[in-house]
Design a protein around this ligand. Structure first.
Ligand code: MCN
Length: 795
């Protein structure tokens, strides 16, 4: 079935109410912390109070005698007994040598490398007893000077060595593009625009913190790990193959309802391994529920780039070439996908929507004494879009062109389009997105609104951002060639029951994205059955054949396509059954709207009758057809999907306080074929809110001297709230993806990618009359006020 046929099926494009909401809204969800095992103990982790120190000793003598204590483990208990936490993506330096990959032990061995690093795990009968005993563990540290900021790491003058394997703290250097070609284009440019900028570090904060329960059965020799995680099969693969060396079939990972992840629950964390391993040592189920302050310290953080970018243009503002240098902070250890974020998922997106003929990117990635940094909603693509869209707006100001005009002059206009940074975009219509965004944002009335604001002593600015992202990770062979250590396909099993109802087992994992509804719509549309007759099962390695999980807005286009492939097989087999029932040849059977018909006749039978026959095979040619109607498919995409959008933000700034108010926010996106517009709108809302959170208030700050996390709670780390936003104006246009049968492109990260530059470009537009040309996120009142006082900060 082609994408255009699919888009016209019933239920596709229908705002079906979320099937999962009854459960979530009535408190009937089943999150990991709701799971209670018989004879369950509780774990508390002793964490390092220092950013960089040698562990001279860990004394558990007193703690071990405390009431309720079942066991205490530290680095010496695991040293040499298991591997470290693996990094899933190998990056090579330009000379072909591999990146530095120091051991990432599940409990610190000899050294701690960030505040919050895991020193010991205390297991007791109750949480309180475990906490009391954890306080009685005495750790003697020899404290060292930490290296905290990525800018300091890049200077290579700190004298600090975090890992012996990387004496200068550099993990890798990575380049993409033709340097000589770019240099030549710069030499002939009419104008070069330059920009330095920081992409601020963020702390993910899903509503449900990380939680896990390790279990072991002596009877079956099986481990079961319940965990709040986005990809249980990957968690199992990494834990068994790389850390514990266990046969995979003896480990079951269950991620039940998950209260948000936003990237931070993709990874294999130390706690998950400790709990699983110790469950066997102690013959106990062990639960750990992360407290919010622990999650601030030890969940993988996001972003944290310092970049310099330059654009070479001709006299008309046409882009000739771009060059970028980025220093990326990886934190103290390599988290699961960390190395791919500032490289594959960042540098390859730097062409954006523009036909820049040549691009050269250089990335230096550094270890620092901070929590590991990995994917956070958008993962690399927000960093690329922020850099590019800030640069493009600056080009416009310097070339005296309109924000809209410079973008139009440089848009890619024909597809497929091969960028100079590896990606090939299949479809898009960038001018149409911008036209619709201008219309919806009522840009024509901006001048009048600005004049009105000025009358009231306020500043008003308009900012644009035209983003493109690569979603649907990924073609496995491309990812493999670029360093991925695992495939990135997806699996789906469709089980048609005798009554014609269907259960689908998918390797994707929904932790707020509504898969139980949209995937059911997809199956119902294909089979011509009610949406209520389809149930979606995910999140359990014991029930789902395999899966690579949910991240990179891949679930519909990759996971959904795996289900489509399984449905193709179901249809093929069902047609054979129908042909037998109607005494026709297989080739003459057609299937549409839930009915099998014999071409050119009025003979027809419903899907339900075929389903029943599959399981009640009287008169069935059992020599030719097996009973049952149950098919599994694996799908590996041939390309990424390329959602794109045009975002327009209008801000009003209070001159006396520096407070930025988002007055209007417009987003027009191209997600190709949309299954459920209500869910997609919700995804865009959530993404925009996260993006504006980064632009206006969220900021992870470590003390540069001590490496202490200064923003370790919601008292210091500001999260956006509903009252901070106007009603967003949203619309979508569609240029369907050409290489999946749904025609869909990912929508789950778009808002977080497109919104930050639109906001900061609007802030800069508002501050332009005061001579402000440079500004780094977040645009908190204090920083805006300071910028207003300083005025022009760049020559
Ligand atoms: N969809 C659709 N039509 C499209 C595209 C998507 O109807 N053209 C539907 C999908 O079927 C799915 C939802 O929209 O129900 C999101 O789909 P998709 O874009 O494929 O993204 P994923 O499901 O793979 O979700 C991942 C993405 C990422 S990477 C982050 S981070 C993120 C996000 O989704 N984290 C979230 N959205 C989140 N939403 C919630 N509530 N919680 C998170 O942790």
């Amino acid at each position: 079935m082609g994408a255009s046929d699919f888009a016209n099926l019933p239920h596709i494009g229908e705002a079906v109410r979320r099937k999962e909401d009854y459960r979530f809204l009535t408190g009937a969800g089943n999150y990991t912390d709701d799971v209670t095992m018989a004879a369950q103990s509780h774990a508390i982790f002793v964490r390092s109070p220092h950013a960089h120190a040698t562990i001279k000793s860990v004394d558990i003598a007193e703690a071990s005698k405390m009431p309720g204590v079942v066991g205490i483990f530290s680095g010496k208990d695991i040293e040499g007994k298991m591997g470290g936490l693996p990094c899933g993506w190998l990056i090579n330096n330009p000379d072909g040598t591999p990146m530095k990959e120091p051991l990432h032990p599940i409990l610190a061995i000899k050294k701690v490398r960030y505040v919050g690093d895991h020193v010991a795990m205390v297991v007791a009968e109750t949480v309180e007893q475990a906490k009391n005993a954890a306080e009685a563990v005495v750790v003697d540290y020899e404290v060292h000077t930490p290296l905290v900021s990525v800018a300091d790491a890049a200077k290579k003058q700190s004298g600090v060595t975090i890992h012996d394997e990387a004496p200068d703290n550099q993990c890798y250097k990575w380049t993409l593009g033709d340097k000589a070609g770019v240099d030549a284009a710069f030499a002939n440019a009419a104008h070069v625009t330059k920009l330095d900028l920081v992409n601020n570090r963020l702390i993910p904060n899903p509503i449900e913190p990380r939680v896990a329960i390790g279990n072991y059965s002596r009877a079956t020799e099986e481990y079961v790990l319940y965990v709040s995680n986005q990809n249980p099969h990957v968690e199992r693969l990494l834990m068994t193959a790389f850390v514990l060396g266990l046969p995979e079939h003896k480990v079951r990972v269950i991620a039940p309802d998950v209260g948000g992840g936003f990237g931070s629950k993709i990874y294999l964390y130390a706690e998950d391994v400790c709990l699983t391993w110790a469950a066997k040592q102690l013959n106990r189920s062990i639960k750990w529920t992360g407290e919010r302050s622990e999650c601030f310290l030890s969940d993988a953080h996001g972003r944290d780039h310092v970049s310099h970018a330059e654009m070479a243009m001709d006299a008309q503002g046409k882009f000739l070439a771009m060059r970028v240098h980025t220093d990326a902070n990886l934190g103290a250890y390599l988290s699961t996908f960390s190395t791919a974020i500032p490289t594959i998922l960042y540098a390859t997106l730097l062409a954006g929507q523009y036909a820049t003929p040549q691009i050269y990117v250089e990335v230096d990635a550094w270890f620092t004494n901070t929590a590991p940094v990995d994917a956070y909603r958008g993962a690399g693509r927000p960093e690329a879009t922020y850099l590019l869209e800030r640069l493009v707006s600056r080009c416009a100001w310097e070339m005296n062109l309109g924000q809209d005009e410079i973008r139009r002059r440089n848009f890619i206009s024909s597809f497929p389009y091969q960028t100079p940074v590896a990606l090939q975009y299949d479809t898009g219509d960038f001018p149409a997105l911008l036209n619709r965004a201008n219309e919806l944002a009522e840009v024509a009335g901006f001048a009048a609104r600005k004049a009105e604001s000025e009358k009231n002593g306020k500043l008003r600015g308009l900012g644009y951002s035209c983003y493109i992202e690569a979603c649907g990770l990924a073609p496995s062979n491309v990812a493999g060639a670029l360093g991925a250590r695992a495939g990135l396909f997806e699996a789906g099993e469709v089980r048609v029951h005798p009554t014609g109802s269907v259960t689908v087992f998918t390797g994707s994992h929904s932790h707020g994205q509504g898969h139980e509804t949209t995937f059911a719509q997809l199956v119902a549309a294909r089979l011509g059955i009610p949406v209520e007759n389809v149930d979606i099962v995910h999140g359990d390695t014991g029930r789902v054949p395999f899966g690579m999980g949910t991240y990179g807005s891949r679930s519909l286009s990759v996971g959904g396509t795996a289900i489509m492939k399984a449905l193709d097989k179901i249809e093929t087999k069902a047609k054979k059954i129908a042909a037998h029932l109607m005494e026709a040849s297989d080739a003459d059977i057609e299937f549409a709207n839930g009915e099998f018909t014999v071409k050119g006749t009025d003979k027809k039978i419903p899907f339900g009758q075929v389903a029943l026959t599959a399981y009640v095979p009287h008169n069935y040619p059992l020599d030719k057809l097996e009973p049952g109607l149950n098919e599994t498919a694996f799908y590996d995409p041939t390309n990424f999907t390329y959602p794109a959008g045009a975002y327009v933000c209008e801000v009003e700034i209070d001159k006396s306080t520096g407070e930025v108010k988002i007055d209007r926010f417009t987003a027009v996106d191209d997600f190709g074929t949309i299954i459920n517009p209500m869910i997609v709108e919700g995804q865009v809302h959530g993404g925009i809110v996260q993006g504006i959170g980064q632009a206006l208030m969220e900021n992870c700050v470590y003390d540069n001297e001590t490496g202490q996390l200064l923003t370790g709670s919601f008292m210091d780390y500001a999260m956006p709230r509903a009252a901070d936003f106007p009603n967003f104006k949203l619309d979508t246009l569609s240029t369907p993806c050409t290489h999946n049968p749904i025609g869909s492109k990912g929508c789950g990260e778009a808002g977080a990618i497109g919104s930050p530059p639109a906001v900061i470009n609007a802030v800069l537009d508002a501050l332009a009359p005061l001579g402000v040309k440079e500004f780094d996120m977040p645009a908190s009142p204090h920083r805006v006020w300071e910028a207003m006082q300083k005025g022009a900060t760049t020559p």
